[in-house]
Design a protein around this ligand. Structure first.
Ligand code: PMP
Length: 402
């Protein structure tokens, strides 16, 4: 179901936080693109044929042998999964994490929503990236935060711009960053900026939410050490959605133990607990190191090939009329038309030609990004991506004629 922003009809007696909410343009678009003939580069959908369904089935079968897998569980998550996450994340951040510093969430999206509730009062300032991840903008919007955008460039969030704003008196409670293979821009926050951002958090006392569902999806080399390796003021989120399966709805948060306890408290009133069954499945898969390494190598290889195919097709179809970010991993390529093409209007023609993408405006905080678009290269194989770009070119020609 797609929902319009509810107007504040007094008879509905909705809360004031509903006034500022708008439906995600991407979620809405997914309903249009469900037709099988559409090649949709719009949704951030992992390749479904690479989701390890048989491995999941075996893990599910094993889990179901234990009656506790169909029972309610702990609010903070199944203890062995928290151990597994603590141990994997310890390697990433370079210090030994305790499982009491981990909360398992219903996808990392729930962690964003819970953190917004735990950390933010209405009117609190949250620094977000421009363009930004829509799910984060929605979660902070629902908490009635004041969003302050900081621009991204090829090295991620421009922390010099952030520092200048801080020097001039900006006092955010939270800074949100998608540090690896950004959604929607595809870029990676540089190692130097990670350290800089962490040092600013220490100096000015804000929390960093490091939102990292794509970090494992690198092509040639892993991204630099997480921001969480440089400061205790980082609340780091990740997820099994892009590496195992989105349908497991298993994500996690780690960081300051007291914030984790607060998150657990809010979570009690939100969902009581996550799924005991899918947490057991995720644990078995994450603990099976040899299998996981092979699986991730397959996904990385496929996505690298697909991104290459998409970019080659774009370059040959549009030449100088289009620029794109260099893609080193993840699922997204951000394009900009250099000839002033309006991507919201182009999308209307594109849908007629059975291809879809997300116009840049969907990710805008203070800017419209009218000539930009996000393309997801993960969902289809290379041949379908090439066909998708061919349709896009025909839609573009039709757009020029109107
Ligand atoms: N953060 C970012 C940056 C994302 O792109 C997504 C998925 N679109 C999420 C969080 C949430 O993913 P999930 O809830 O499936 O873990």
């Amino acid at each position: 179901m797609s929902v319009d922003s509810p107007s504040l009809d007094p008879s509905l007696r909705l809360s004031s936080r509903m006034a500022g909410l708008r439906s995600s343009a991407i979620r809405d678009l997914l309903t249009f693109t469900a037709r099988p003939e559409v090649i949709s580069l719009a949704g951030g959908l992992p390749a479904v044929e690479l989701v390890p369904r048989e491995r999941i089935a075996r893990a599910a079968q094993r889990a179901l042998g234990d009656p506790r897998s169909v029972q309610y569980g702990e609010t903070s998550g199944w203890a062995p999964l928290r151990e597994t996450v603590a141990s994997r994340e310890s390697d990433a951040v370079g210090r030994r994490l305790d499982s009491s510093e981990v909360v398992i969430t219903h996808g990392s999206q729930q962690a964003l929503s819970l953190l917004a509730q735990v950390l933010l009062d209405p009117g609190d300032t949250v620094v977000v990236e421009e363009p930004g991840y829509t799910g984060a903008l929605q979660a902070f919007g629902a908490a009635q935060a004041a969003l302050v955008p900081v621009a991204l460039d090829a090295d991620g969030m421009d922390t010099a711009v952030l520092e200048e704003a801080l020097t001039e008196g900006l006092r955010p409670k939270v800074v949100h960053t998608v540090s690896n293979f950004h959604n929607p821009r595809g870029v990676v926050l540089s190692a130097q900026r990670r350290e800089h951002l962490a040092s600013l958090a220490d100096r000015y006392g804000f929390w960093i939410i490091e939102d990292d569902p794509y970090g494992e999806l690198w092509f040639d080399a892993p991204a630099p050490a997480p921001v969480a390796a440089h400061s205790d003021r980082v609340l780091r989120l990740s997820s099994g959605s892009k590496t195992l399966a989105p349908a497991l709805r298993v994500g996690w948060l780690h960081g300051d133990r007291r914030v984790c306890e607060a998150v657990e408290l809010i979570k009690q009133g939100t969902d009581l607990c996550g799924s005991s069954l899918t947490q057991r499945i995720a644990t078995e898969l994450l603990d099976d190191g040899a299998w996981l390494d092979t699986h991730l190598a397959t996904v990385r290889g496929a996505y690298a090939a697909r991104s290459g195919a998409l970019i080659r097709a774009l370059e040959s179809a549009f030449g100088e009329r289009l620029s794109h970010t260099e893609v080193f991993g993840g699922m997204f390529c951000w394009i900009e038309f250099t000839d002033g093409c309006d991507t919201t209007r182009l999308l209307e023609r594109a849908i007629e030609h059975d291809v879809a993408f997300v116009p840049g405006g969907a990710f805008g905080v203070a800017k419209g990004h009218p000539h930009a678009a996000r393309l997801c290269f993960a969902t289809y194989d290379s041949a379908a991506l090439v066909e998708g770009v061919d349709r896009l070119r025909r839609a573009y020609d039709a757009h020029l004629r109107t």
